[in-house]
Write a protein of this length. Structure first.
Length: 443
């Protein structure tokens, strides 16, 4: 049976350029589009059209698996057509509802995945779409990029701005590269949403900051509902995200978040005079305490880190951590060289967040070794209640929470224990160091 693609879809004028770009040979594309502009309908049909050209695994990534089910697997457009019906019947051999996976004629597979679990990113893809990339864990692209480079696969990214985070940086990079297609589409470019409908959103409580972000693709307003985005933006502006070498005259202390069956995060910090230096950051998931002990030991032997303390959250004894037994977790860590100091539980979450806000203006971050942690702090945000169009007073449980919670542990430790410098630097060396950063504009 002959199959015509795209199926039951005729691109609108503003959707044609990215169709043409991917058909002409581009292997990388980023499309920033306003809310309700048809980002996923466009990208899904491009993917479906490309599948018959090459046998392989095709993955459609969302920030979470549940969001992928809601938007794409079970979702439909305003006319009531299901998105998955863009796959012609003759193209689908078998459908797995539980895994949101299709076996297709010709032997290819299509599957929807969530990037909130780093261990579930698929196997050897030849084509990928990252939907709402601004809300995804950017490390997943770092894992997948070498695979696509090696097998000459392709990737598309879509999203709406969430401040100047990794989507913004990708778009800026794409504008300078002849290997990338890039496109920014506001409501004025598409005319897909009327100004009257946007005014209704304003009348129902949507802030002007959110209106500009969602409909005019404005990156300048920062992430509304973010806890730390403005403070990280200030750090960039003041050049405090720069090269921050380890100062051997000062001790290193670590602050941890112990994940529940998923990601563990560690900040490696130094208190250098009035400044807190974030010299390193590490994340991993689904491994035991022995793995993290080895990481700390390697940094001690290879980089010369002199540890003065390891701070863990108050609930370390009741957190799942690899295959270790809960009652033996701290003892196991101690036997491996990690002597944890437990930080008491704060009265409420806001107290911990305020502790981080208090130290961020006096922090310097190594831009390379702390990249993952900086991204997490920038994207740490409140839960958004779509029904009432407001942000709830509680953190969103997403990929960014681990790095943010780990720094919170350190911030509370500093608040409790005070000076953690353990310094042996002379006054002249201290002045020389400050002049070094001042010359970079970091003061």
């Amino acid at each position: 049976m002959a199959i015509t693609l795209p199926h039951k879809f005729v691109p609108r004028d503003y959707q044609v350029p990215i169709f043409d770009a991917m058909e002409s040979g581009y292997r990388r594309a980023v499309m920033v589009m306003h809310r309700r502009g048809g980002k996923d309908k466009t990208c899904l049909n491009i993917m479906i059209s490309k599948i018959p050209q090459r046998k392989g695994a095709y993955y459609y990534y969302f920030p979470t698996l549940s969001l992928g089910r809601k938007i794409l697997w079970d979702g439909m457009d305003k006319a009531g057509m299901k998105f998955m019906d863009h796959f012609p019947r003759g193209m689908v051999v078998k459908s797995n509802e539980h895994e949101m996976k299709l076996l297709l004629s010709g032997g290819s597979t299509f599957q929807i995945l969530g990037t909130d679990r780093l261990d579930v990113v698929g196997v050897n893809p030849v084509g990928c779409v990252f939907s709402e990339y601004a809300q995804q864990d950017p490390r997943v692209w770092d894992f997948i990029r070498p695979i696509l480079t090696e097998n000459e696969g392709w990737a598309m990214f879509n999203g709406t701005p969430r401040g100047k985070n990794h989507l913004y940086r990708m778009l800026r990079m794409a504008k300078l590269s002849d290997r990338w297609f890039e496109q920014v589409l506001t409501v004025e470019d598409t005319n897909a949403i009327s100004l009257a409908d946007i005014q209704l959103d304003r009348d129902e409580g949507m802030s002007e900051e959110m209106v500009q972000q969602e409909y005019w693709c404005n990156f300048e307003f920062g992430l509304e509902g973010s806890y730390y985005a403005q403070l990280i933006a200030q750090a960039y502006k003041e050049d405090r995200i720069c090269d921050v070498p380890h100062q051997r005259a000062y001790g290193v202390f670590t602050s941890w978040d112990i994940g529940v069956g998923d990601t563990n995060a560690i900040w490696f910090l130094q208190q250098v005079g009035p400044w807190i230096h974030a010299i390193d950051y590490y994340e991993m998931n689904n491994v035991g305490v022995d793995h993290y002990a080895n990481v700390c030991r390697r940094k001690e032997t290879e980089d010369g880190y002199n540890y003065i303390a390891h701070y863990a959250p108050h609930d370390i004894n009741v957190r799942e951590w690899g295959a270790d037994q809960a009652a033996k977790r701290i003892e196991t860590a101690r036997n491996l060289g990690i002597n944890f100091t437990k930080i008491p539980k704060v009265k409420n979450k806001q107290d911990g967040i305020d502790s981080v806000r208090a130290i961020l203006p006096i922090m310097r971050f190594d831009r390379t070794r702390c990249k993952g942690g900086i991204d997490a702090l920038q994207d740490y945000q409140k839960v958004f209640n779509e029904k009432y169009n407001v942000f709830a007073d509680q953190p969103l449980k997403n990929w960014a929470m681990h790095g943010a919670d780990a720094l919170e542990t350190g911030a509370v430790a500093i608040k409790i224990h005070g000076d953690l410098s353990s310094a042996s630097m002379s006054e002249q060396e201290a002045r020389d160091l400050e002049e070094q950063y001042a010359s970079k504009g970091a003061m």
